[in-house]
Design a protein around this ligand. Sequence first.
Ligand SMILES: *Cc1c(COP(=O)(O)O)cnc(C)c1O
Length: 376
Amino acid sequence: MAEFLPYGRQSISEEDIQAVVDVLRGDWLTTGPAVQQFENDLAAHTGGTPAVAVTSGTAALHVAYAAAGIKPGDEVVTSPMTFVATAATAALHGAKVVFADVEPDTGNLDVEAAKAAVTERTKVVAAVDYAGHPAELDALGEIAHTTGALLLEDAAHSVGGSWQGRPVGSIADLTTFSFFPTKNLTTAEGGAVVTPDAALLDRARKFRNHGLVRDRAEQRYPDEGGWHQEVHEFGLNYRLPDVLCALGSSQLKRLTEFKKRRAEIHARYTAALSDVDGVATPPSRPGADPVWHLYPLRVLEGRRKALFEHLRGAGIGVQVNYIPAYWHPVFEDLGYRRGLCPNAEAYYEQELSLPLFPALTDADVDRVVDAVRAFF
Ligand SMILES: *Cc1c(COP(=O)(O)O)cnc(C)c1O
């Protein structure tokens, strides 16, 4: 049988390996110069917006909500068409998560639905660049700002993308990335928070490192001694080690190449599948320059599960992204009910992510296409 094709996988070069080995032979495994270097390198892809490297995309979201000052009783409006972490990290700060529905074709947070969900208790509107296609960031930012809330962009899928000519990371008040192996670039585990706001950046940096205040000018007891550091607000240890930051810097050198290959594969799928009755291929909005993390095919007429099983049976590692976040029992137990966001639920019922990663060959793509066409 043909080789198993996963839906996503990392692309590691000899240079990546060497970069990690070099750090392992050096003095700093963590809290060293490779961290700042990675943050600087990342900023070159976000229009110069400063970054805080953290241990995962989930940590990045937890840090971003902390920086936004989310407290019990605050509301966070977000999309259900996402990995559960977008909502879970807000809930962990005690926020009430308010799910607003998505656009039926892109799976991104719908502007009108977000507008209707915002109240004076809303502190953050959290959009997700589903599959790597930027959300309606300008309109969503405006909605957030009219009530004094912040726009957070969960860009776990879209590092390296842009919207209306501006790079992802330079648009929202807070942007978060994930560097998990299936994402557009990897540090094994890792993530980052990016923000143009100096106060948010400072709070994010502090939350990443136990809330420690080292600057004497900010300390309550600055004359305690040269060893002294103090905590003003609780934080956690979310520091990304130098070993992984070095991998990240090395990977960033190929982000443009990864993006190009992902776009080619995406276009090849669309060209080969758009005439198939029974599926819908993913659209793109004018002004969007996506980094395609996923190829979300939609399978019509209730045949998604059958096609999933057919492709898995043929050694093709398709995936479903995502179950609406509030279908998770933890949200169900909090009173969230099915039917809340009909577009998201309809999208979920049809969605099937085809294999998409830079090392996928045209022959691999054709094999997936042939298997899909054979099913229909
Ligand atoms: C992957 C992902 C996360 C979480 O990132 P991790 O690095 O796996 O913790 C959050 N949001 C979205 C949309 C993701 O795809």
